[in-house]
Design a protein around this ligand. Structure first.
Ligand code: ADP
Ligand code: MG
Length: 351
């Protein structure tokens, strides 16, 4: 598989009145052509900052890119000028945000919003762009697209608006779509429809997707690979099967244990990770997850764990994988929860 995007040791801080917020602390990952990579982690773990960096959308005023490269087709886009980024943004890499209302312009007809990129990036005439906008609305499952193109965002329901945003993201046939919590604001049934739609679109166009979510539960059906982020770092990365059947990092265990299942009879077993993420103006020495980790070892408070190799596809940064570490296995209660989650998913659509 060929690498479309390579993020290498990315480090990003923000200058704030409270000090330097170390939001991204050495993140590396690849995105292959045609694959879906999910980035998962609690709120504040650095997911959006990482993807905003890829889009070149970090605030100029207080951002420091301290280190790293983001190679898109081999070229470091961190070195691109705003003008060069504008040629890529929306055309080669496009974005679907959590709240469709904030990415749509309330005063502009939906059709014109879809047409905009087509005229700017693809050089279509106004009439051609309008035709294409209708076709795109139809493709994302909006009934009566000929009528709908002439309407404004407030005339659409939440789920339909997110379909419009996806139509805009798809318009120029991008190589990469970054979806940042695209379904978080939607109710569960609509969430499933939107995820299904994104999968279909990917089959159609062969684009790669970076799918960001705080909910590991939604990735089982959509992702090929999963990167788990905590406190500005990737702590585990693997295929969906690696992460669901053989998770190695206690933080991943915590996320898996706190996955809501659809009809939650076992809600009394629902696990929550104790404590809160660290203050990123002053990240702890050693393993940042140690204070919340009941399996923490003495070494965790002193040295940061490296990425240990579990298999060719699977890596995790926990000292528990060191050959001299005590043998700690995935707790039974969490294993049961994962099993019951996956069983319920089978009724769904895991290929
Ligand atoms: P999430 O994983 O929820 O998407 P973010 O990437 O948005 O997390 O944020 C990571 C950290 O960076 C958080 O501590 C957040 O408060 C901080 N942060 C994000 N943007 C800024 C900014 N513009 N200025 C200061 N701090 C920021
Ligand atoms: Mg976010």
């Amino acid at each position: 598989m060929s690498k479309l995007l390579e993020v290498k040791d990315l480090q990003i801080s923000f200058n704030t009145y409270g000090g330097e917020v170390q939001a991204v602390r050495g993140v590396s990952f690849d995105l292959n052509k045609g694959e879906t990579l999910a980035i998962v982690g609690e709120s504040g773990s650095g997911k959006s900052v990482t993807t905003s960096a890829i889009m070149g959308l970090l605030p100029k005023s207080n951002t420091q890119i301290k280190n790293g490269e983001i190679l898109y087709k081999g070229k470091d886009i961190l070195k691109f000028s705003e003008k060069e980024m504008q040629k890529i943004r929306g055309k080669e890499i496009s974005m679907v945000f959590q709240d469709p209302m904030s990415s749509l312009n309330p005063t502009m007809k939906v059709g014109n919003q879809i047409a905009e990129g087509l005229i700017k990036h693809r050089g279509l005439s106004k009439a051609e762009a309008k035709e294409k906008a209708i076709e795109l609305l139809r493709k994302v499952g909006i009934p009566k697209p000929e009528l709908r193109v002439k309407q404004y965002p407030h005339q659409f329901s939440g789920g339909m608006r997110q379909r419009v945003v996806i139509a805009i993201a798809l318009a120029c046939n991008p190589e990469i779509i970054i979806a940042d919590e695209p379904t978080t604001a939607l109710d569960v049934t609509i969430q499933a429809q939107i995820l299904e739609l994104m999968k279909e679109m990917q089959k159609d166009t062969g684009c790669s997707i970076i799918f960001i979510t705080h909910d590991l539960g939604v990735v089982a059906n959509v992702a090929d690979r999963v990167a788990v982020m905590y406190a500005g770092k990737i702590v585990e990365v693997g295929t969906v099967d690696d992460i669901f059947y053989n998770p190695k990092h206690p933080y991943t265990w915590g996320l898996l244990g706190s996955m809501p299942t659809l009809d939650d009879n076992e809600s009394e077993e629902l696990y929550t990770i104790p404590g809160t993420p660290p203050d990123l103006t002053n990240p702890p020495k050693g393993d940042a997850f140690a204070p919340r980790n009941k399996y923490a070892l003495e070494i965790d408070t002193m040295y940061e764990p490296p990425m240990f190799k579990v298999s060719d596809t699977h890596y995790a940064a926990t000292w528990l994988l060191h050959e001299n570490a005590p043998k700690v296995e995935l707790p039974d209660a969490i294993k049961k929860r994962i099993d019951s989650f996956l069983t319920k998913q089978q009724g769904g659509n895991k290929q």
